[in-house]
Write a protein that binds this ligand. Sequence first.
Ligand code: HEC
Length: 161
Amino acid sequence: MPPIFPEFPVRLSATATALILAAGLAGCGGGAPAPPERSPEELKAAQAALPAPYSTADLENGRALFRQCRSCHTVTAGGANLTGPNLHGVVGRPAGALPGYAYSAPMRQAGLVWEPAKLDAYLAEPRAVVPGTKMSFVGLKAAQERIDVIAYLMLESPPAP
Ligand code: HEC
């Protein structure tokens, strides 16, 4: 066998360093809240552009309520899959479609898109919308709480460009 390109190990180690850096950055997303990407004014403008009732939702309450989801979900771009899949950009995403996460068969085959009304019904009672889902979450019973969390997901989790 001829020797492998001499520069190969050098390139590999540069790639490895980049990967380690990326992994380190992604790792930060799980615990501490992500640094704000938008100024309060920008966030306000972005919220005003959402459809009702999300345009007037209580985002701070949505953020607080999302703590109930954090034991199983990250929401930052490229965040880890935990017990549940990363939820970055979930609003508008087809159900069961995030590559690299092992969904239940019912979720994979649900044939749904997480548009706001569907997400609302799912968060109220997950097993009523996707019978057999492995998301063991009792549900958010108050309509206003679901509105606040969905608005939070819409704004904190814009689809990747
Ligand atoms: C006890 C863990 C747990 C909690 C708490 C939890 N989830 Fe989940 N979630 C899951 C699991 C597991 C799945 C994957 C379900 C499947 O494959 O059947 C999931 C799936 C989802 C999905 C579908 C994602 C997709 O890509 O199709 C959404 C949306 C979701 N969860 C939102 C939430 C929100 C919002 C909360 C908080 C209000 C929450 N979840 C709380 C475990 C959890």
